[in-house]
Design a protein around this ligand. Structure first.
Ligand SMILES: Nc1ncnc2c1ncn2[C@@H]1O[C@H](COP(=O)(O)OP(=O)(O)OP(=O)(O)O)[C@@H](O)[C@H]1O
Length: 562
C-alpha cells in the first residue's frame, strides 16, 4: 500500500486538506503517516481544487460488516516527552503537576466506534451513559474523546446536532469528579478542594443551562453539586454563596458572569485543568471579546507559558487543556487556538490533524466574499461539514407584509409540529407572534430582553409542545438542542452562511429529518443563491398552495415529499 503524504494535501477518509504549509513538527509527524491512496495526485497548476482534477478516483475499500471504518496506520505522532514547559516537575514540587501529551495513535481512536467502552472512558461513567440511554458514540465523539483523554488541546468541528457537547463533557468527567478514572496515573491531583477543575463557557444562558443539565444527568442526583451554573441574569450573590458552600469542580456559564465573578476573586480557577469555549466562533465575536480575554488569562494556565508568554515553572497553576467547539470554524478560531492553546488538533467527524497545518480558507466559513473557484470549493467543503446531511432546504418569495402568513401556510403544508422561526430584530418578534396567535397558531417569542425566568418558561413550553412556533433570533438559539424541532424558517435572511448553518442546525438533530425554509422578498433572492453556493446545498424555490409545499423550479414541478 502506498505510504506517502502528498506535499500538497492530506486525504483522510473523505477529507481533503490542502496543506500549503505544514510546520516542520506536524509535517514530519504526518509524513510518518501512511494514508490510503487509490490514485495518483496530479493537480493542474491553477485548476480549482476538486477531486476530479486531483486525479482522485476515490474508491474506498469496502469495510466488511463487522470491521469498522478505520484509518489504517495514520499516526499523528507527537513527541512522547513533553515539550520543555511540560516536563514533569521534580517530585518535590507537587504543587504543580503538568499535563503530558501522549502519542495520539489515530488507529486507537476507532472512528465510528461501536461503544463508549472502546474509547477509554471509565466504567462508572459508562454505566451512567447506559442508564441515560447513550450506547453508541457519534463519529465526532469517537474522534474527540481519545484525543482529549490523551491531553491534547483541541478544536472540535462537526455539523450541528452531531453530539459535540458529550464529545468534550465525557473526557472531562473521566478526569474530574466522582465518575473519573481512579486508576489514571500521572494526572494532576487536584489542589485545594476549592479548585475549580473545569470551566465551560457558552454564549447564551439557554445553551449554558442545557450543558449543565447534560452534565447533571450524567453525574446523577447524588452528585449534582459537582457542577454549577454561572449564567448572567441569575442572582449573582446566590451563585457566589453556592460556589463557597458546594465547592463545585465544574462551572458552566456565560462569559460576562464568569469574568465578573472571577474579577471579584470569588472564582478560584488557577488550578483549572479544562477550559471549554463552546460555540467558540460566537464567543470570539466582538460582543464577548473582553470577557473571553479575561477568562483565557485567568483560567488555569496555557500550557508552556504564563499569559505574559514567559516560561514560569514556579507558577502554582496547572497546565490548562483548552478545547474550542463549534459547527463552524472560521479562521479567527484557528488564530485564537494558535495563541491560546498548545499544539491544538483539529478534530472532525473522521479526521484528527494538527491545526497548524490549516491555512486561511481550508475551514474558513466566515469570509463569504467573492472568492476563486477553488476557495469556493474549500468553503463548500467546510460549510457542508457544518450542516446536518439529512436536511432539506427551500426558499419561497413573499412580500414583507405577507411573510408571517406564508410562515403559517408553510407550517400547515409540512404539518410541522415544532417550528423555530428566525428574525433579525427583537421588536419584530412580538408582531410575528401576535399575528400567528391571532390566526390560532400557538406561538411565543424568545430573545435577550426577556428575563431568565421568562426565557426558561418559554423554552419549556416549546420543548413540551405547548408552543408550536418559537420566534427568536440566532443568539438565543445557538447550540439549542430541541430534538423534536422539525422545521426552521428564516423570516429574515441570516447575515452570512455561518449564521444560516447554525439556524438550520436547530432541526435535523442527530440524523433526524429536518426542513429549512427561507422566506424572502424578490429583491433578496440573489442572497439565497449566494448562500446556496457557499453552503454547497440545493435550495430550490417553492410555494405553498392548497396546503402543500410545491417546488416550482422550472425544470421540475413536483410536490416536495413531507
Ligand atoms: N452518542 C449519542 N447517542 C445518542 N444521542 C446523543 C449522543 N450524543 C449526543 N446525543 C444527543 O444528540 C443531541 C445533539 O447533541 P448536541 O447538542 O451535543 O449536538 P451539537 O453537535 O453540540 O449541536 P450544535 O452544533 O447545534 O451545538 C442531544 O439531544 C444529545 O443528547
Amino acid at each position: 500500500m502506498p505510504s506517502l503524504v502528498s506535499p500538497r494535501l492530506l486525504f483522510l477518509v473523505g477529507e481533503i486538506i490542502p496543506l500549503k504549509k505544514l510546520s516542520r513538527g506536524s509535517s514530519s509527524a504526518l509524513s510518518q503517516g501512511s494514508v490510503r491512496f487509490f490514485s495518483r495526485v496530479d493537480r493542474h497548476k491553477n485548476a480549482p481544487l476538486t477531486l476530479a482534477n486531483l486525479g482522485f478516483n476515490t474508491e474506498f475499500e469496502k469495510t466488511t460488516k463487522n470491521k469498522r471504518n478505520k484509518l489504517d496506520n495514520v499516526k499523528v505522532n507527537y513527541p512522547t516527552e513533553a515539550p520543555k514547559s511540560r516536563e514533569k516537575v521534580a517530585a518535590s514540587d507537587k504543587s504543580r503537576a503538568v499535563r503530558v501529551k501522549k502519542t495520539l495513535e489515530i488507529e486507537s481512536a476507532p472512528f465510528a466506534a461501536t461503544s463508549f467502552s472502546e474509547l477509554g472512558l471509565p466504567s462508572p461513567l459508562i454505566e451512567r451513559l447506559e442508564m441515560e440511554g447513550f450506547n453508541v458514540p457519534t463519529d465526532v465523539q469517537s474522534a474527540a474523546i481519545p484525543t482529549i483523554l490523551k491531553n491534547h488541546d483541541a478544536v472540535i468541528q462537526s455539523y450541528t446536532g452531531s453530539g459535540k457537547t458529550l464529545a468534550y463533557v465525557l473526557p472531562i468527567l473521566s478526569k474530574v469528579g466522582p465518575l473519573k478514572d481512579k486508576s489514571s496515573s500521572g494526572d494532576k491531583e487536584t489542589g485545594k478542594k476549592t479548585d475549580i477543575e473545569a470551566v465551560i463557557v457558552a454564549p447564551s444562558r439557554e445553551l449554558a443551562m442545557q450543558i449543565v443539565r447534560e452534565v447533571e444527568k450524567l453525574l446523577g442526583p447524588e452528585n449534582k453539586r459537582v457542577v454549577q451554573q454561572l449564567v448572567g441574569g441569575a442572582n449573582r450573590s446566590r451563585q457566589e454563596e453556592a460556589l463557597k458552600k458546594n465547592k463545585p469542580l465544574i462551572v458552566v456559564g456565560t462569559p460576562g458572569r464568569i469574568a465578573e465573578i472571577s474579577a471579584a476573586g470569588k472564582l478560584q480557577t488557577h488550578g483549572c485543568r479544562f477550559l471549554v469555549l463552546d460555540e467558540v466562533d460566537e464567543l470570539l465575536s466582538f460582543n464577548f471579546r473582553q470577557e473571553i480575554h479575561r477568562i483565557l488569562e485567568h483560567v488555569g494556565r496555557r500550557s508552556g507559558a504564563d499569559p505574559q508568554g514567559q516560561k514560569n515553572l514556579l507558577v502554582k497553576s496547572a497546565d490548562r487543556q483548552t478545547i474550542m467547539v463549534s459547527a463552524t470554524v472560521p479562521f479567527s478560531v484557528v488564530r485564537a487556538a494558535r495563541s491560546w492553546a498548545c499544539d491544538p488538533l483539529l478534530v472532525q467527524a473522521k479526521s484528527v490533524i494538527p491545526l497548524e497545518s490549516l491555512t486561511p480558507g481550508t475551514v474558513n466559513l466566515s469570509r463569504p466574499t467573492s472568492s476563486s473557484n477553488s476557495d469556493l470549493n474549500l468553503q463548500h467543503q467546510a460549510t457542508v461539514q457544518s450542516l446536518p446531511p439529512a436536511l432539506k432546504h427551500y426558499y419561497c418569495v413573499a412580500r414583507l407584509q405577507h411573510k408571517v402568513d406564508t410562515l403559517r401556510r408553510c407550517v400547515y403544508a409540512l404539518d410541522a409540529q415544532s417550528v423555530i422561526a428566525f428574525m433579525n430584530h427583537t421588536r419584530q418578534l412580538k408582531d410575528a407572534v401576535f399575528k400567528l396567535e391571532a390566526r390560532g397558531m400557538k406561538a411565543a417569542e424568545l430573545h435577550g430582553d426577556l428575563g431568565k425566568l421568562g426565557r426558561s418558561t418559554i423554552l419549556k413550553k416549546f420543548k413540551s409542545g405547548q408552543v408550536r412556533v418559537l420566534v427568536t433570533n440566532e443568539l438565543a438559539a445557538r447550540g439549542l438542542d430541541v430534538p423534536e424541532c422539525d422545521l426552521v424558517v428564516n423570516l429574515d435572511l441570516p447575515t452570512d452562511s455561518i449564521h444560516y448553518a447554525h439556524r438550520a442546525g436547530r432541526t435535523g438533530r442527530l440524523g433526524r429529518k429536518g426542513t429549512v425554509v427561507t422566506i424572502c422578498e424578490e429583491s433578496e433572492v440573489f442572497v439565497v443563491k449566494k448562500l446556496q453556493k457557499q453552503l454547497g446545498v440545493p435550495i430550490p424555490v417553492c410555494e405553498f398552495t392548497e396546503g402543500k409545499l410545491i417546488v416550482t423550479d422550472k425544470e421540475k414541478h413536483v410536490e416536495a415529499s413531507r
